[in-house]
Ligand binder design. Sequence first.
Ligand code: CP
Ligand code: NVA
Length: 306
Amino acid sequence: MNQLKGKDLLRITDLTTAEIQGLLDLASKLKSGELQPTCNKVLGLLFYKASTRTRVSFSVAMYQIGGQVIDLNPSRTQVGRGEPISDTARVLDRYLDILAIRTFEQKDLETFAQYSDIPIINALTDLEHPCQILADLLTIQECFGSLSGLTLAYLGDGNNVANSLLLGGALMGMNVNLGTPEGYKPASEIVKQAKELAIDGAEILITEDPVTAVKGAQVIYTDVWASMGQEDLAETRIPIFQPFQVNDQLMSHADHDAIVLHCLPAHRGEEITDEVMEGKRSRIWDQAENRMHAQKALMASLLGIV
Ligand code: CP
Ligand code: NVA
């Protein structure tokens, strides 16, 4: 994966189909222990939002390849007090080898990338969550052997995770069905881009009918109804999103062998029931584990150590 050396991952579309496939295959080899790269590099984590999986999986992945991690908590660094991103970025560039950022605005992430030469990784913005989607695709590949031709149904908010799934799924030849209430669809540019990027005849379907979305799908996916930064909207959204809850009834319309994924954290009883989360179709814990393997593959590739 030498072609990724020195690059940024700001959006899932920064990767080609071949590069995503290469990262998934590399992640599998890292997971099985077939490959064990080592380095003496330092990863910075600059997270403006809470995180369990992303923070810990990035950290452990870096430790496992021999590197070190610095947690640049914005409330304890000057950027949190208003130091311009363009200044902070140029300074961090001189210390760190790679930097993962979780923030609100995609344009702030882009400013970091513009002012630093080290690889900048999107660890979630309001627009996208590309690292999550790499782990999701790895999980789906493990379950079904390959990706092209499968149908993934996402139920819920047309948010960051939905955007990256649409684009990443299309790049891998997966049909992506989005079941969202009216007014919560992803931006039309994202849908258009996904349709343009789709390979192998993959289709993108945006529907307000949850049953239509899951019909015949092999992968059923959901995320919270109110994302970080939208906490005040959570209560008003519950009745609007209720018909899109992933429950046993909705699952009965999915493919016989369908699996269930959730990026987590989950609000049990809202977007997904306890029964489905703990049920036999759930691959949610494998999916969470795969964050670590996928990000190890990503970092090793961006750092040029594989
Ligand atoms: N899925 C995910 O990104 O989880 P965290 O918010 O815990 O990092
Ligand atoms: N859509 C969620 C994902 C959390 C991993 C959020 O942005 O809060």
